[in-house]
Design a protein around this ligand. Structure first.
Ligand SMILES: [Zn+2]
Length: 69
């Protein structure tokens, strides 16, 4: 079994989506990668320091790092 079983990360915005998703629900992108690390759940982007640091504007689950870093 792969280490990261059920999620893949959107290459554009880093959102974690289920493996069978075709389109990112956050940015609408359609390119994904299995090369991601870390996970952060952003519930309230306007109040979240983490959201500001990562530049996220929408409540969702994101990978902290996405491929190529
Ligand atoms: Zn996305």
């Amino acid at each position: 079994m792969p280490r990261r079983s059920i999620f893949k990360a959107c290459r554009n915005c880093g959102a974690l989506v289920k493996r069978d998703a075709d389109v990112c629900p956050v940015c609408g992108g359609s390119t994904f990668t299995d090369d991601w690390e870390g996970m952060v759940i952003i519930l309230d982007p306007k109040e979240s320091f983490v959201a500001k640091v990562l530049g996220k504007e929408k409540a969702y689950i994101y990978a902290i790092k996405v491929g190529g870093f």
